[in-house]
Ligand binder design. Structure first.
Ligand SMILES: *[C@@H]1O[C@H](CO)[C@@H](O)[C@H](O)[C@H]1NC(C)=O
Ligand SMILES: *[C@@H]1O[C@H](CO)[C@@H](O)[C@H](O)[C@H]1NC(C)=O
Length: 123
């Protein structure tokens, strides 16, 4: 019993510890981290269609872009799409989801978080 739980815990511990050691790069973002945002070249109506689709999927935090929530401002379709695309991507990338949205999205290695609006990153 002791050794089987150790076998289970050890990889977990390594997962938790290793990124912290290698993540000490002087305050810059870990270069391995990726967020999904809207491509600025995508027209707003296409972004809105993608937002509407993503908000129908599981675990996409669309409440955050509602009025008075942390990610409502800036109140633009592009900013709202950034948040929703990333929320979809982070929560679906390990189960077949991607950062594509018919070409409306792209990957960035810079944390898009701003003000009180936190863009989650999940490993
Ligand atoms: C947002 O906050 C303002 C000011 O408190 C309030 O008047 C308004 O009803 C709120 N809107 C929503 C959708 O909660
Ligand atoms: C947010 O943007 C929408 C669409 O442009 C607009 O109708 C609405 O009045 C804006 N809300 C605020 C609080 O600026």
């Amino acid at each position: 019993m002791y050794s089987s739980s150790l076998k289970f815990l050890l990889p977990l511990l390594l997962l938790l510890v290793v990124p912290r050691i290698s993540g000490d790069d002087g305050g810059q973002d870990d270069p391995g981290q990726q967020w999904c945002i809207a491509d600025v070249q995508t027209p707003d109506d296409e972004l809105q269609t993608a937002i509407n689709w993503a908000c129908g999927q599981q675990d996409v935090k669309c409440d955050m872009i509602q009025e008075n929530q942390s990610c409502y401002q800036p109140n633009t379709t592009k900013d709202h799409a950034d948040f929703v695309f990333n929320s979809y991507f982070q929560n679906h990338k390990n189960k077949g989801g991607n950062c594509y949205f018919n070409g409306a999205a792209l990957i960035t290695e810079q944390d898009p978080s701003h003000d009180n609006c936190h863009f989650e990153y999940l490993s």
